[in-house]
Ligand binder design. Structure first.
Ligand SMILES: Nc1nc2c(ncn2[C@@H]2O[C@H](COP(=O)(O)OP(=O)(O)OP(=O)(O)O)[C@@H](O)[C@H]2O)c(=O)[nH]1
Ligand SMILES: [Mg+2]
Length: 285
């Protein structure tokens, strides 16, 4: 008898959802940043352990929308919650206890699936100061690895009996183009400051896999001309550094050398523009 099912990682921005997805899968699939709101689209990661296959979905942080991109992010998080058989609701242990997920997510009604509350960043709280959490809820740390096995055991018991949906060796389901665009954004979150990472979107124009190195032409979009100047930098220094950082991340996942041909363009106010959001894949068309 095998078990297999979908598990969403949901919670407020910056609680450690993407970090946990990567720790569970053992591969850097989802972008991570100390800056909140880094995840904009769900990222699927697979883990097959013994007779259980977990189909994890990292989701955008639950927030009160301020503009159209936020609305698209919340809609994506809602869909991921709605489509899951188990909800892992992440909340930092430093802010114990977790408020009700339905409220945090501003869901019209309580979700159907069972909820495991996962207290994250346990390494930031001394053992003597930790609260006891009732089963099936768990404390975890992606830094020390503590609690991850207990989390998997708790979730496995809630998954339906089912054949595996994927080959046990598979880790991801989304195309390499998706990850390439995401890693360009991750580099932007790493290297740019203040409002800029939030104004950056990436689009892959060409992805030539047959070539050695693999040829990728990508556009990094910003919202205003003044931002374009900053992203390009003095003598092209900043865009060069962004390209080097993004290329390294893409090569690590692809396992092949990459030539990243990266351009900067202005897509005026794309965060507040529905057609732009659809074109960038953030909003449903
Ligand atoms: N100390 C500590 N920091 C962590 C842990 N897990 C994640 N972090 C840090 O918390 C920050 C946010 O992590 P993310 O994984 O990007 O958080 P997220 O919930 O995906 O954030 P959004 O996508 O913006 O909603 C990063 O700086 C991580 O390195 C942990 O277990 N311990
Ligand atoms: Mg994230």
């Amino acid at each position: 008898m095998t078990r297999c099912g979908t598990v969403v990682l949901a919670g407020r921005p910056n609680v450690g959802k993407s970090t946990l997805l990567n720790a569970l899968v053992g591969e850097h699939l989802a972008i991570v940043s100390p800056k909140p709101q880094s995840t904009r689209l769900p990222v699927v990661g697979l883990l097959t352990k013994d007779d259980t296959q977990f189909i994890f979905t990292d989701s955008p942080g639950l927030l009160e929308p301020e503009y159209q991109l936020h609305e698209a992010m919340r809609a994506a998080a809602w869909r991921a919650i709605e489509d899951s058989e188990v909800i892992a609701y992440l909340h930092p242990l430093t802010e114990f206890p977790a408020p009700d997920l339905t409220k945090v997510a501003m869901l019209p009604k309580a979700p159907r699936a069972p909820i495991v509350t996962v207290y994250t960043k346990a390494d930031l709280v001394r053992p003597a100061n930790r609260p006891t959490v009732a089963s099936p809820n768990v404390l975890i740390s992606a830094v020390t690895g503590e609690g991850i096995d207990a989390l998997l055991t708790a979730i496995a018991g809630m998954l339906p009996e089912s054949p595996f949906h994927y080959d046990p060796d598979e880790l991801a389901t989304q195309p390499m183009r998706f990850f390439a665009a995401e890693f360009i954004r991750e580099a932007a979150f790493d290297l740019l400051h203040e409002e800029l990472p939030y104004s950056v979107a990436a689009e892959i124009d060409e992805f030539r896999e047959g070539a050695e190195p693999v040829y990728i032409r990508a556009v990094l979009y910003v919202e205003r001309d003044s931002q374009k100047g900053i992203v390009v930098g003095e003598g092209g220094r900043t865009i060069k550094a962004l390209g080097v950082a993004a290329r390294g991340k893409i090569e690590a996942l692809l396992g092949q050398r990459v030539f990243l041909d990266l351009h900067v363009k202005v897509l005026p106010k794309w965060r507040r523009d529905e057609p732009s959001l659809k074109r960038l894949g953030y909003a449903k068309s």
